[in-house]
Design a protein around this ligand. Structure first.
Ligand SMILES: [Zn+2]
Ligand SMILES: [Zn+2]
Length: 210
């Protein structure tokens, strides 16, 4: 079986490709690495993310080990998106820990069940997949501008934060008709829900057959 490894020719100009030449290869040697780099594409989850080109602050420790280079540290960035309730812009600072061992060479006997470790391209290592794997899951799936954001009026879309006493008079026949329809749908839902629950209730069935 061919061991699955991540290996690629790395572009030394890519912002998250780190040159470890200065570190050398003697195990135990360490180097601290602080740098602000432009964020790559696709560093988000659809509702919030780090804009491509915005700064990623890397604060890393590079350590030479027998097998390669161990990278440990933190990445700080600013994510932007929209509040899921009111659609206002949301800006959120995000800080994640990263740790990854980059190998000089593929292991001769790779464990096929283990996650493949990334390979170095001579002295270069690519931190981008590591940063993405750490940062994207740390982003909120439901970002809100404020935990108490009341969102938008379901009728007219007004921002309830701007207008907390917002209300609609129920004297418009079109709204009344819509409200009536909504009630009917809700009742139909409740009926079908109850029917299923009764049919699936084994206790009720037993009482009838006894
Ligand atoms: Zn909001
Ligand atoms: Zn309204």
């Amino acid at each position: 079986m061919t061991p699955t490894v991540r290996q690629a020719r790395l572009d030394p100009r890519a912002p998250l490709v780190i040159d470890t030449h200065e570190l050398g290869r003697r195990p135990g040697t360490m180097l601290s690495f602080q740098r602000d780099v432009p964020a790559p594409e696709d560093l988000g989850n659809g509702v919030i993310g780090v804009s491509p080109g915005s700064p990623l602050s890397l604060d890393l420790r590079l350590e030479a080990v027998m097998e390669g280079v161990l990278v440990t540290g933190t990445v700080v960035a600013t994510a932007t998106g929209e509040c899921v309730r009111c659609l206002d812009p949301v800006t959120e600072g995000v800080e994640v820990d990263v740790q990854e061992l980059f190998l000089h060479a593929a292991p001769e006997e790779a464990d096929p069940d283990a996650d493949a470790l990334p390979l170095m391209d001579v002295d270069l290592l690519d931190l981008e997949p590591t940063v993405r794997d750490a940062l994207v899951p740390a982003l909120p799936f439901q970002p809100v501008c404020d935990p108490d954001c009341p969102g938008l009026c379901s009728r007219c879309g007004a921002r309830l934060l701007d207008d907390p006493d917002h209300s609609h008079e129920d004297n418009d026949p079109r709204w009344a008709a819509l409200a009536g329809l909504t009630d009917q749908l809700a009742q139909a839902d409740a009926r079908s829900g109850n029917g299923t629950a009764t049919a699936a209730d084994p206790a009720g069935t037993k009482e009838e057959t006894n």
